[in-house]
Design a protein around this ligand. Structure first.
Ligand code: MN
Length: 239
């Protein structure tokens, strides 16, 4: 099998004027490489450049990071909204639409599931702790590689077909989540407090999975998360 190239979007970091750029947690690279893919980092210079870059990739990961600017779903910022990066939002909205249109396998992780939802016309809960009564802790304080809550998986989903379990343990590093669903998406996993934890596309031609947790940080020791990456790489390789 020819190794597929997996483009991974990144967050914005600026340590000082000498260190400004795109940041991707090393777990994404390790995990893609461990499952037979070639990870490359996608910078967000402009939506146009992102679309010119994508034909180089056989698969795409929309990675975690900043909050999505609520302007892209028609809302004003909540008091607890975190840092936003408009250039990244606009590049990733373009990437998500392109991937669906062209049938490129897409795995949208954490912020990724949120920007995917916004790209398809959905909205977000801007801050779970202050906006969702009775919500559990979704910003775990233990290491990101450790699981912290349950997720119930729809047995009629592609996610279930991949993980093979109706309840799985996930890590949780988010204070935002999907509110109203974007067009064409369906919920395939949720936490016990009702927070949406996974979505699939009802009619995208290619593999498309959005996950609110971080499988790349659990995959070293968790077979369910390993199977998600095995599947992504297989789909990207055209198997
Ligand atoms: Mn969670």
């Amino acid at each position: 099998m020819k190794k597929p190239i997996i483009g991974i979007t990144g967050a914005y970091v600026k340590h000082n004027s000498y260190m400004e750029g795109v940041y991707v947690h090393h777990d994404y690279h390790r995990c893609v490489a461990a499952h037979g893919g070639i990870p490359i980092v996608l910078p967000f210079v402009s939506p146009e450049l992102s679309l010119e870059t994508l034909p180089l990739c056989q698969g795409i990961i929309l990675s975690g990071g900043e909050d999505v600017d609520p302007r892209y779903y028609g809302q004003d910022p909540h008091q607890q909204l975190g840092a936003t990066v408009r250039e990244r939002d606009e590049a990733e909205i373009a990437i998500a639409k392109y991937a669906i249109e062209k049938g490129i396998p897409l795995l949208a992780i954490c912020r990724g599931i949120q920007i995917l939802n916004v790209a398809l016309g959905g909205t977000l809960i801007q801050d779970i702790p202050s906006q969702v009564h009775g919500a559990m802790q979704h910003t775990q304080v233990i290491d990101r590689s450790l699981d912290s809550h349950w997720v119930t998986v729809d047995p009629a989903s592609r996610l279930y077909e991949i993980v093979g379990e109706k309840r799985i343990r996930v890590n949780s590093l988010h204070h935002q989540a999907i509110d109203s669903l974007g067009q064409g998406l369906r919920v395939v996993a949720a936490a016990s407090d009702g927070i949406i934890e996974a979505v699939e596309h009802t009619d995208a031609s290619a593999f498309l999975l959005g996950l609110q947790w971080h499988p790349e940080s659990m995959a070293v020791s968790d077979p369910c998360m390993q199977r998600i990456f095995t599947r992504l790489i297989q789909e990207a390789a055209g198997l």
